[in-house]
Design a protein around this ligand. Structure first.
Ligand code: AMP
Length: 298
């Protein structure tokens, strides 16, 4: 495995491999790798000849009051893990390499970037789309693997690729979880012992909503209420949002149509740590008359 620090060298290597007919996959990350990232790297290994893992903590997707400086970093450990997962190249540019003096272009998307995560973190997705566009150009990858853990990000990247005609194929890989259901995240390291014990509540809230949908619930507000009620069993939790939406359009109708795939989305703070999670659920084909039967006590 080789570490590449400049865009020029990365592009030249990728172009050479492409001229040899090799298929290249990229796994964009901010480092501090865990088993969730590793699954993406392994997936890339399965479907391509050359695997590039990028490790870059992108300053432009953090707001000034967020954790850019404090974001956990350990490049030595990342290198070992990335190599064990089958990475051929780690692309590890400096901030100056990615955003040299005079840099002034951005990829900005309207619509779905304004909702949910975008509402709580107003410039976040512009930072994400811009850096991902740059990483696609730097790596000249044929395929890119992203984690469902960041569901809205997946939708945004897919849309950017479609809207701007990137030739890159986007592959989404399922969320990897801890034993209690907590989605793995570099930020879990911030959790106190007490908060870590409580953190499984996000997954339990998603599971509760899924169960209710499978029993026949299709009214959006009731689905949301089931999640909120479950989350509130942890008194210290601060809910940023906890909602359900059409998984393709992010629309929020009063009732979800039969057979439609929806996404349950949660962002919540435990202590100062902001956790996000989501789950895809399909509304049953036969709606029956169970909707609203579980409202009592909500
Ligand atoms: P990050 O380093 O947090 O920016 O994440 C880099 C990539 O890894 C993104 O595509 C994430 O969605 C993905 N990822 C992060 N955590 C997980 C997880 N627990 N399971 C699957 N993918 C993940």
């Amino acid at each position: 495995m080789k570490v590449i620090e400049t865009i020029k060298e990365m592009q030249e290597l990728s172009k050479k491999h492409k001229s040899e007919g090799k298929v290249i996959s990229v796994v964009p990350t901010m480092g501090y790798l865990h088993k969730g990232h590793l699954r993406l790297i392994e997936k890339a290994r399965e479907i391509s000849d050359i695997v590039i893992t990028t490790v870059f903590v992108n300053p432009t997707q953090f707001a000034p009051d967020e954790d850019f400086e404090a974001y956990p970093r350990n490049f030595e450990r990342d290198s070992k893990l990335a190599e064990s997962g089958g990475t051929d190249y780690i692309f590890h540019p400096s901030v100056n390499e990615m955003y040299p003096m005079g840099f002034s272009t951005a990829v900005v998307m309207s619509g779905i970037t304004k909702k949910f995560e975008g509402k709580s973190r107003p410039n976040h997705f512009a930072g994400v789309t811009t850096v991902v566009a740059k990483l696609f150009h730097a790596t000249v990858a044929d395929k890119a693997i992203f984690g469902q853990k960041d569901f809205q990000q997946c939708l945004v990247i897919k849309k950017m690729v479609k809207d701007l005609n990137f030739p890159t194929e986007i592959i989404i890989s399922p969320t990897v979880r801890e034993q209690d259901g907590l989605a793995m995240s570099s930020r879990n390291k911030y959790l106190s012992e007490e908060d870590r014990k409580n953190a499984g509540i996000l997954f339990r809230a998603l599971e509760k909503a899924r169960e209710e949908i499978e029993k026949g619930e299709y009214q959006r507000k009731i689905i949301n209420a089931h999640m909120i009620k479950t989350l509130r069993t942890v008194p210290s939790i601060k809910i940023d949002y906890s909602l359900s939406a059409d998984a393709e359009t992010f629309e929020e109708p009063e009732v979800f149509p039969a057979g439609r795939e929806i996404v349950l989305l949660i962002a919540a703070y435990l202590g100062k740590t902001r956790l996000i999670d989501n789950m895809l659920v399909r509304i049953p084909q036969n709606l029956g008359d169970n909707s609203g039967k579980f409202v009592e006590g909500l």
